[in-house]
Write a protein that binds this ligand. Structure first.
Ligand SMILES: NC(=O)c1ccc[n+]([C@@H]2O[C@H](COP(=O)([O-])OP(=O)(O)OC[C@H]3O[C@@H](n4cnc5c(N)ncnc54)[C@H](O)[C@@H]3O)[C@@H](O)[C@H]2O)c1
Length: 420
């Protein structure tokens, strides 16, 4: 792949944001904060979001578009396009904007199907632009420390890995039962919309994709068969709401008085931070629905078993039924093992029997433990310096890790072992 036509430049890297939703706004903020990026254009159909974004960055009217097609109809006006539209609206803008010479920061998942994801990867290659998929877990200090331990051979030859994604009971209810990623026909299967991060992260740490995969899982709890007696269609009308772990009233009213929860998940529910606005949203909107009475079909638990060419084996578990925590990983090697909880890495050496504890994580916990900022910094450095190696991945590598997701999902649905 050749990137030489994009020589580095010392000026700020200019950015057009496609989709000024939760993610688009966050990446824009981080790009400006880094000092290397300048947000100069936006494409957003929602008038309130569009005008708030325009004001926040003091944009000319000519740099504000009602959708990505209008942006793509104009001559290129920025170095980078951040594509932060919803999952099924990634491929078309990515292909068109890469073709216009925009470097891409593309939200995950790349696309719902392999054919569309491949179209994006091919367009990026053909245009010779830099393309990064927002696999933010690659860009945390924790991941860097863990990768360094493995690359140094601290545990000898890796034999087996266990990786757990504890989604969290209320996070599952918010995003995958009531929210945007609840229905596979509207977004995609949960292994793609959520856990593509994990399968990409494992590919990064373990040096590539597995050769075969098996998978099991399903929707164990969030369906009408588990609806308690006396429950109503909405939490505001429900006689058993106060005893339900998934009460929307409890979850979203608590967000009003909590600065962190007011940043997320509250803005998905209502644009206004007040009890009145929350109660109105719960009365009328999707987030007030009973978790046993939604149009959700994505899994609430799934396991994937993987075999690698080297003989290494790995398992991945995603479950809703936990507190919302950092991922946990245990890596077992011939000379030692590592137990990681997303912040601390406990490294046991079999020769000495001793365990060293490394504090490898961010202390703030913000933005995927610093992964969001790390990704934005890497992308701006890659574009600003004309050096794609500043990113830890390529579009082609992201396509490869997405292919593991589709293979595992096929394995789950067909009850077979799928060879990649
Ligand atoms: N990397 C991560 O860890 C991470 C975390 C959360 C979400 N995501 C992904 O980020 C993406 C965006 O998620 P979000 O929560 O910000 O969603 P969102 O719904 O808040 O934002 C999407 C925005 O796109 C806008 N949009 C719709 N059609 C458009 C068009 N034609 N042109 C331009 N904009 C258009 C919408 O109006 C909306 O404002 C999704 O693909 C999601 O899966 C990634």
């Amino acid at each position: 792949m050749e990137f030489t036509k994009y020589a580095g430049h010392r000026k700020p890297v200019t950015i057009a944001v496609v989709g000024a939703g939760l993610r688009g706004r966050e990446y824009a903020r981080l790009a400006e904060r880094s000092g290397r990026g300048r947000v100069v254009a936006v494409a957003e159909p929602d008038p309130a979001r569009r005008s708030a974004f325009q004001q926040a960055y003091g944009m000319e009217r000519s740099s504000v578009f009602e959708g990505w097609t209008d942006l793509a109809a104009a001559p290129r006006i920025a170095d980078v396009a951040i594509i932060a539209t919803q999952d099924r609206q990634h491929a078309d803008p990515a292909v068109r904007l890469a073709g216009l010479g925009y470097h891409l920061l593309l939200e995950k998942p790349m696309a719902p199907t392999e054919a569309e994801a491949r179209r994006i990867a091919d367009a990026v290659t053909a245009a010779g632009v830099i393309g990064a998929v927002c696999h933010v877990l690659r860009y945390t200090s924790y991941t860097r420390a863990l990768k360094a331990l493995l690359d140094e051979g601290r545990v000898g030859e890796l034999v087996n890995v266990q990786h757990l994604e504890p989604v969290g009971w209320w996070h599952q209810a918010h995003s995958f039962v009531r929210g945007n990623w609840r229905n596979s026909a509207e977004s995609g299967p949960m292994l793609l919309t959520k856990s593509c991060h994990d399968l990409d992260w494992l590919a990064y740490l373990l040096g590539g994709a597995p050769t075969s995969v098996a998978s099991f899982g399903g929707l164990a709890h969030f369906h009408p068969g588990k609806k308690p007696d006396g429950a109503a269609a909405r939490c505001l009308d429900c006689a058993v709401e106060s005893t339900c772990p998934y009460s929307a009233k409890r979850l979203y009213l608590a967000c009003v008085d909590d600065d962190e929860l007011a940043e997320w998940p509250l803005p998905a529910v209502t644009a206004e931070r007040s009890r009145e606005a929350v109660l109105l949203a719960l009365r009328e909107g999707p987030y007030g629905r009973c978790v046993y009475d939604c149009d959700n079909d994505v899994v609430d638990n799934q396991v994937v078993a993987m075999q690698y060419a080297s003989g290494l084996t790995a398992t991945f578990t995603m479950t809703a039924f936990t507190p919302m925590q950092r991922r946990r990983t245990r890596l077992f090697g011939s000379h030692g093992c590592i137990d990681g909880d997303g912040r601390f890495l406990r490294v046991t050496d079999f020769r000495t029997g001793e365990t060293e504890t490394i504090d490898a994580g961010s202390t703030t916990g913000a933005g995927h433990d610093g992964g969001d900022g790390g990704l934005v910094d890497a992308l701006l450095a890659a574009v600003g310096d004309g050096d794609p190696a500043r990113l830890s991945s390529t579009m082609a590598a992201s396509l490869d890790s997405h292919r593991v997701v589709w293979a595992a999902e096929r394995a789950r649905l067909t009850g077979t072992v799928v060879t990649l």
